[in-house]
Write a protein that binds this ligand. Structure first.
Ligand code: AKG
Length: 371
């Protein structure tokens, strides 16, 4: 049970968050910035009309009281502001939340897999479920989608805003000699994340199959969260190195593009939680370290690479025309097996969208469904 209480035992009143025996005082500066008074925040957008950074550092509460049925707190502050506060809003503000479900790491035995029919995603209730799966699992498989020359853009717009790059708004994945990326040759592609040389890295990738007449070219997906958890358990020091040592990633395309980004292989968010990897062994250079650190780093990276290729972590499937896979480009590595272009055509189209699109739609739909 969590509640808000008032404490008058000191010189100035205190608002306290009570969780069983634990009492956490809520600082005056924190409270003052959370005011939803119409003079402090725009009533439509909820955006602040005042700048809390300018409040006096020694701001204090001067008075505090409940209304008759204890649904509102009336607080007065030493800068002269006084207003009403909703205790439930204060309680929810005490935890920093993205208001999205937590990731659920998976391995090759994932069941059921998040598979949806394109037509059904037009229903908001189905889309809401699919978005929840996408956020928890990091990928979706969808069948029955259109396969016209630019259908990928229609598909992408269902989930977010298309991210244009030097490859264009979308790119064609079929075999052509002399092309500007190994993805456009029939060679096998080990598990990787796309474009680690970009800043920011594309958040989400969609790969839509338009034609597939070959027996090879099977698609693979691997959850880096599951793999890295294993590496962390086996070698915590190695995991720490992978999340700390900056790696240089580079891509050149003649005089059209020269992209360079420097970032650790394991990606952590601002709160220290792992969100994914930057992983493309074709494109990375590690910095100069001592002999011992280089070996330690190498051992951890080698183990990570072994597990990325381990069938216990991998989903492997065939994309037929009308199927697409959409995946978090940092969390879920993708790859494909070799194929023989002499067997027939294999054509995929790909594009990128930012990570925030599906999360935004999920929150909007959650509000609508009262979830
Ligand atoms: O051909 C495929 O299935 C995958 C291509 C790929 O990995 C990419 O475009 O990044």
């Amino acid at each position: 049970m969590i509640s808000i209480e008032l404490d008058f035992s000191a010189n100035s009143p205190q608002v306290v968050l009570r969780q069983s025996a634990k009492a956490t005082p809520l600082p005056a500066l924190w409270l003052r910035a959370r005011s939803y008074d119409p003079g402090q925040r725009d009533t439509v957008t909820g955006q602040r009309l005042m700048n809390p950074h300018q409040l006096p550092t020694d701001l204090a509460l001067t008075a505090a009281s409940w209304n008759a049925n204890r649904t509102q707190l009336h607080l007065a502050f030493s800068d002269g502001f006084a207003g009403d506060f909703d205790p439930q809003e204060l309680i929810s503000g005490t935890t920093i939340s993205e208001e999205c479900p937590e990731p659920q790491p998976w391995t090759s035995d994932l069941a059921p897999q998040p598979v949806y029919a394109w037509g059904e995603l037009a229903q908001d209730a189905v889309l809401h479920r699919a978005l929840r799966d996408f956020i928890t699992r990091g990928f979706l498989l969808v069948h029955g989608s259109p396969t016209q020359a630019d259908s990928i853009l229609e598909v992408a717009k269902r989930f977010g805003y298309v991210r244009d790059t030097n490859f264009g708004a979308f790119f064609e994945v079929y075999s052509r000699p002399g092309s500007n990326d190994l993805a456009y040759r029939p060679v096998p592609l080990g598990p990787h994340t796309d474009n680690p040389y970009r800043d920011p890295v594309p958040g989400i990738q969609i790969l839509l199959c338009l034609q597939n007449e070959t027996s090879g070219g099977l698609s693979t997906l691997v959850d880096s969260l599951a793999v890295a958890a294993q590496v962390r358990a086996e070698d915590p020091e190695g995991f720490a190195l992978l999340s700390r040592v900056p790696v240089r990633f580079e891509y050149r395309d003649g005089d059209k593009a020269h992209l360079v980004a420097v970032t650790p292989l394991i990606e952590l968010d601002g709160q220290g939680h792992m969100t994914g990897v930057h992983y493309s062994p074709r494109l990375d250079d590690i910095p100069l370290m001592s002999e011992a650190d280089t070996r330690r780093y190498h051992a951890a990276r080698k183990r990570l690479g072994q597990l990325f290729e381990d069938p216990r972590y991998e989903l492997r499937f065939r994309l037929d025309p009308g199927w697409f896979m959409m995946f978090d480009n940092n969390r879920v590595l993708h790859g494909r097996t070799e194929f023989n272009p002499a067997e027939g055509h294999r054509q995929l189209q790909g594009c990128y969208i930012d990570r925030d699109g599906p999360r935004s739609s999920y929150r909007v739909l959650s509000r609508r469904f009262g979830a």
